[in-house]
Design a protein around this ligand. Structure first.
Ligand code: PHE
Ligand code: ZN
Length: 880
C-alpha cells in the first residue's frame, strides 16, 4: 500500500530533540516465504528534562502490530493506539530504563516500493534510508536516535544459506526443519537508517585488508549466483579506498568485517549501511565484455563513496534530514578527491563540473530550487538531489580552497575528534574549521542557506602596464524567506603570458584580498590591480571552477581563443574552448536555420586539440566533444526550441568533421589499438574515449555507416561496442547496418540485465521521429519491467533526459507518453517515479507551444487522485 499525500510540511525550525532514548536494540527476524516475523526489543529511557507524562510516539509505515509489551508485561489496549503509521503508548515509566518489545509481521514479497524489507530476485534485503526502518518495526525512526544493535536472523537453509546484518558476525547454527540462524552484533551506536539485513542464495568474492594499525579486516562482496568474478574490480577499488582514507584523512576501518551485497532491484546507486553496504548491482558487476569505461569509473566512485561514509555519515551522522549535505556533500567531495588522486585530476574535475552544470545548475535555476541545506520538505526522499550532493561537495571544496590544504585537514581532524559518535549539524561542522584555523566562517555559511546560482561578473582594463580586474557578484533571487547577501566567493585565477606560462604577478592595489592564486571576493564588488606588466596578459579566471557560479567574463574573443590554445591550466583550457563553442551554438540555434554555427578559427581550434600530443587523450576527447543539446538549451535559457538546437549542433558536427577528417583519421590510426588484453585503467580508457570521439566525427564526415559498422564488428570490449552502436543507432537510424547492430546486440545480451538496460536506453535515445513508436513498443516488450528501477530508468529516463529532440517534440506526444508511464510507475515505486519526474523541471524555459504541452501533460498527471506523496510533491513544486 502506498502512502498518499497528507500535505504535511516538515520544517527545520521545528526541530526538537527526541523525548525518549533507545540505547540498545535486539531484533529477531524469522524469514519465510510469504511473510516475515520481526521481534524488536528496545532498551529505552526518557530523555532528561522531559515531561514524565509525555506519551511515546513511534513511527511506522504500513505496519501491522502483533504484540507489544513493556518490561515483559503486555501493555493493555487502553494504554496504546496502533495505526499502520504510528504507535502511541501512554503511562510508560516516568524515569529509569525500561524495555519495550514489539512484534510485527511483514510481507516483503509485495513490497514494490523497495523501502524497508523487500525481495529482489528472491533475496531478502533492506533499504532504510531515509525512513524505511519504520516499515520494519515501530521505532523512533530519526537520525539523532543512536543505538547498538544485535540481530538474529533465521531462515530456511536452502532458500537463504547466507544471512547478513550490520557489525561483526556472532553465533550461528542449525535449527530443526532445515532452518538455520546467524547472529550479528554492531557495537557502534547507529541511527536506524543504517540498519541492514540481507539473506539469500548468494555467491561471494573474499579478500582481506590490514589497516594501518595492523587490524585484519575480512572483505566480502556478495552477488547473485555465478557473478562473483565480476566483483573483482569493485574489490580492488574497495581496498584502494581503504588505503586512501588512511593516508589522506587518517581514517581507519573499525569492524572485523566489511560486507557488500549487489542487488538487482535498488532505487538508488548504493547504501552505506554500517559494515554491510547494499549496492545496485550496476555499481559492482563489471566485465570488459559487459561494462564500459564509464561503468568502471562509476563503480570505483560509488564503492569509494559508500566506504568513505563509514566516517562521514556513520561514525558522525546527521542530527536531522535537513543536514543531509553534512554527510553527502562531504562524502562526494571525498570520493571526487579519491578519483582525482587515482586517475587524472584535470579530467576528473572537468567531469564533475560538467555534471554540476548539467544537473545542479538547472535544478538551482528552476522550480525545484532549494538551498544546500533545505529549510522545509514534504517528502525527504525528494531531497537526495544534485544540490545537496554536488553543490554540497562544491561548498566543501571551497572551504578547502579558502583554508588551504593544511587548514582544511586541521578542521577535518577536529571534526572527527570532536563529533565521533554524534548526530551533528552544519554549524558543528563549520565551527570545527573556524576553530582549527581561527577563521570567521559566518559569511561562508550563507552558501548553505541561500539557494540559486550566483553570477560572477568580471571585466578587465589594461593601461600603461596596469591591469585592473573588476569583480561583481549577484544572486538573482533567493528561495522564499531569505535575504540575498554577498557570499564569500574564492576565485582562482592566472595571468597567462604570451609564451603560455603564468606570470608571477602580485597585486599592487585593490579592494579584494588575494592569497596566492585565489582572489577572495567577499563584497558585492571589488577590484584587484596588477602593475608594471610588460605586456597585457590573458586572464584565466575561475580556474578549476573554484566556486559554483555562472561566470560572465567580458573578454576579447581573441584572448579566449589564445587561452583555448595555451592556458597552462588544463581546466582553464577546456573551459575557454567549450565556452566559446557553447556560445557559438547558442547564438546559432537562436538565429535559426541556415547559419553556420562555428567560425573557422573555432573549428580549427577544436581540430587542433585532437592532435595535440602534450594533452592526455582523455582530455583531448573532452575538448573535442561539442556541448550536448541539453547543455545548449541551458545556455539559451528561455524560449528554447530543441529542434533548432539539434539542427545547429548537427551542423557544427558536420563542419568540424569535414575540416578535421584528415587529422582525425591520422590521430585515430596512431592511437594504440586495444589488443584483446583489455585494461580498464584511466590511460587506456582515455585512448578509447578519444578514439571513439574521432570515430563519431569520421562517420559524420564519411556520411555512411561503414566505419561504425566495422568498428562494431571489431569491438572486443563494451566501450568500443557501445560507441559504435550509438553512432549507428543515432546517426544512421534507418540503415540496415544500424538495425543489424541493434539486433546483434540484443541477441548477444538479452540474458544480461545490465547490458540489456543499455540496449533499452540506446533505442529510446534515437533522435528520430520514429522513436515515439519505438518507446511505445519497448514499454510492451517482454523484457521490460516497471518493477525493476534500472529497467524503468533505462527506458523512461533514457527517453526523457537523453532524447531532447523527441521528448520535447512540439505536439506534446513525448511529454504525454512520459507522464503516463510515470503514473503507472508511481503505483509500484513512488520514489523512482518522483525522481524520473524531475525530467520536466525546466519546462518553463521552452517556447510557448511546448510549455503549454508540458503543462497539460503534468496537470493531467497531477489531477489523478491516488498519487504518492513523493510524486505529488515533485509535481506541485514543478507546476508552482
Ligand atoms: N545514502 C546513499 C548514498 O549517498 C544514497 C541513498 C539514499 C540510497 C536513500 C538509498 C536511499 O550513498
Ligand atoms: Zn552518500
Amino acid at each position: 500500500m502506498q502512502r498518499t499525500d497528507d500535505g504535511q510540511v516538515i520544517r527545520l525550525s521545528d526541530y526538537r530533540p527526541p523525548a525518549f532514548r533507545i540505547r540498545h536494540v535486539d531484533m529477531r527476524f524469522s524469514l519465510n516465504d510469504g511473510h516475515t516475523d520481526v521481534e524488536t526489543v528496545m532498551e529505552m529511557e526518557r530523555a532528561p528534562d522531559t515531561d514524565a507524562a509525555e506519551p511515546l510516539v513511534l513511527d511506522g509505515d504500513a505496519l501491522t502490530l502483533i504484540a507489544l509489551d513493556c518490561n515483559g508485561v503486555a501493555i493493555g489496549a487502553e494504554r496504546f493506539e496502533a495505526t499502520p503509521d504510528r504507535l502511541t503508548i501512554r503511562d510508560l515509566p516516568p524515569s529509569g530504563p525500561f524495555t519495550l518489545r514489539i512484534a510485527t509481521r511483514l510481507t516483503p514479497e509485495t513490497n514494490t516500493e523497495l523501502m524497508g524489507l523487500y525481495r529482489s530476485n528472491g533475496v531478502w534485503c533492506t533499504q532504510c534510508e531515509a525512513e524505511g526502518f519504520r516499515r520494519i518495526t515501530y521505532f523512533l525512526d530519526r537520525p539523532d536516535v543512536l543505538a547498538t544493535y544485535r540481530v538474529r536472523i533465521e531462515a530456511d537453509r536452502e532458500a537463504a544459506p547466507i544471512l547478513l546484518s550490520n557489525g561483526n558476525p556472532g553465533e550461528h547454527g542449525d535449527l530443526d526443519g532445515g532452518r538455520h540462524y546467524a547472529v550479528w552484533d554492531d557495537p557502534h551506536p547507529k541511527p536506524s537508517y543504517l540498519f541492514a539485513l540481507v539473506a539469500g542464495r548468494l555467491d561471494v568474492l573474499t579478500d582481506t585488508f590490514e589497516t594501518q594499525s595492523g587490524r585484519d579486516v575480512d572483505l566480502a562482496i556478495y552477488t547473485e549466483p555465478g557473478l562473483a568474478d565480476r566483483a573483482a574490480y569493485a574489490m580492488d577499488a574497495l581496498k584502494r579506498s581503504m588505503v586512501w582514507d588512511e593516508r589522506r584523512f587518517g581514517r581507519e576501518y573499525d569492524l572485523d568485517v566489511f560486507n557488500i551485497v549487489a542487488i538487482s532491484d535498488f532505487n538508488m546507486g548504493a547504501m552505506e549501511n554500517k559494515g554491510l553496504n547494499v549496492f545496485n548491482h550496476k555499481y559492482v558487476l563489471l566485465a570488459p565484455d559487459t561494462a564500459t569505461d564509464g561503468d568502471y569509473a562509476g563503480v570505483e566512485t560509488v564503492i569509494a563513496h559508500e566506504y568513505f561514509h563509514n566516517w562521514t555519515g556513520n561514525r558522525i551522522t546527521c542530527r536531522d534530514w535537513f543536514q543531509l549535505c553534512l554527510k553527502e556533500g562531504l562524502t562526494v567531495y571525498r570520493d571526487q578527491e579519491f578519483s582525482a588522486d587515482e586517475r587524472s585530476r584535470t579530467v576528473k574535475r572537468i567531469g564533475s563540473v560538467h555534471g554540476l552544470k548539467a544537473q545542479q545548475f538547472p535544478e538551482d535555476q528552476g522550480p525545484l530550487q532549494h538551498p544546500v541545506r533545505p529549510r522545509q520538505y514534504r517528502e525527504i526522499n525528494n531531497f537526495y538531489t544534485a544540490t545537496v550532493y554536488e553543490k554540497g561537495s562544491e561548498l566543501v571544496r571551497m572551504l578547502a580552497t579558502i583554508l588551504g590544504e593544511a587548514g582544511f585537514r586541521a578542521g577535518m581532524d577536529l571534526y572527527f575528534a570532536r563529533h565521533d559518535g554524534d548526530a551533528a549539524t552544519i554549524e558543528d561542522f563549520l565551527t570545527c574549521f573556524a576553530e582549527a584555523t581561527g577563521t570567521d566562517l559566518s559569511q561562508f555559511a550563507l552558501w548553505y542557506d541561500q539557494a540559486g546560482t550566483p553570477e560572477l561578473y568580471v571585466t578587465e582594463h589594461f593601461e600603461a602596464g596596469r591591469l585592473t580586474l573588476s569583480l561583481r557578484q549577484s544572486l538573482a533571487r533567493g528561495a522564499a524567506g531569505t535575504g540575498i547577501e554577498p557570499m564569500h566567493i574564492p576565485v582562482r585565477f592566472g595571468l597567462v603570458g604570451p609564451d603560455g606560462t603564468d606570470l608571477a604577478a602580485e597585486p599592487t592595489a585593490g579592494t579584494a584580498e588575494v592569497e596566492g592564486d585565489v582572489i577572495h571576493l567577499v563584497t558585492a564588488e571589488a577590484e584587484v590591480v596588477f602593475s608594471e606588466l610588460a605586456e597585457r596578459p590573458r586572464v584565466s579566471i575561475l580556474r578549476d571552477f573554484s566556486a559554483p557560479v555562472t561566470l560572465r567574463h567580458e573578454q576579447a574573443y581573441e584572448d579566449r581563443l589564445v587561452l583555448a590554445r595555451l592556458d597552462p591550466n588544463g581546466f582553464g583550457r577546456w573551459r575557454a574552448l567549450t565556452d566559446l563553442v557553447g556560445e557559438a551554438l547558442r547564438a546559432a540555434s537562436m538565429a535559426g536555420a541556415g547559419r553556420p554555427a562555428l567560425d573557422p578559427r573555432l573549428i580549427e581550434a577544436v581540430v587542433a586539440c585532437a592532435a595535440e600530443e602534450r594533452l592526455e587523450p582523455a582530455l583531448r576527447a573532452l575538448m573535442i566533444a561539442l556541448p550536448g543539446e541539453a547543455e545548449i538549451a541551458r545556455l539559451v535559457g528561455s524560449n528554447v526550441d530543441p529542434e533548432a538546437i539539434h539542427q545547429a549542433r548537427e551542423g557544427a558536427i558536420g563542419a568540424v568533421a569535414t575540416a578535421g577528417a584528415e587529422t582525425f583519421r591520422r590521430v585515430r590510426d596512431g592511437l594504440e589499438r586495444s589488443s584483446g588484453n583489455f585494461s580498464p585503467d584511466a590511460a587506456s580508457a582515455g585512448r578509447r574515449a578519444l578514439s571513439n570521439a574521432l570515430l563519431m566525427y569520421l562517420s559524420a564526415a564519411d556520411g555512411t555507416p561503414a566505419l561504425a559498422a566495422e568498428a562494431f564488428r571489431a569491438a572486443d570490449n563494451m566501450t568500443d561496442r557501445m560507441a559504435a552502436a550509438t553512432i549507428l543507432a543515432h546517426r544512421f537510424a534507418e540503415t540496415p547496418e544500424a538495425s543489424e547492430a541493434l539486433d546483434r546486440f540484443y541477441a548477444d545480451y538479452a540474458h544480461d540485465p545490465l547490458v540489456l538496460d543499455k540496449w533499452f536506453t540506446l533505442r529510446a535515445t534515437v533522435p528520430s521521429d520514429a522513436t515515439l513508436d519505438t518507446v511505445r513498443d519497448l514499454a510492451a516488450h517482454p523484457k521490460f519491467s516497471m518493477a525493476n528501477p534500472n529497467r524503468a530508468r533505462a527506458l523512461i529516463g533514457g527517453f526523457a533526459t537523453g532524447n531532447p529532440r523527441v521528448f520535447h517534440q512540439k505536439d506534446g506526444a513525448g511529454y504525454r507518453w512520459t507522464a503516463e508511464r510515470l503514473g503507472e510507475l508511481d503505483r509500484l515505486n513512488p520514489q523512482t517515479a518522483a525522481r524520473l519526474a524531475t525530467a520536466f523541471r525546466s519546462w518553463r524555459s521552452f517556447e510557448p507551444v511546448r510549455q503549454e504541452q508540458a503543462r497539460a501533460a503534468l496537470s493531467a498527471l497531477a489531477s489523478r487522485p491516488e498519487l504518492s506523496r513523493d510524486l505529488r510533491d515533485i509535481l506541485d513544486r514543478t507546476l508552482s
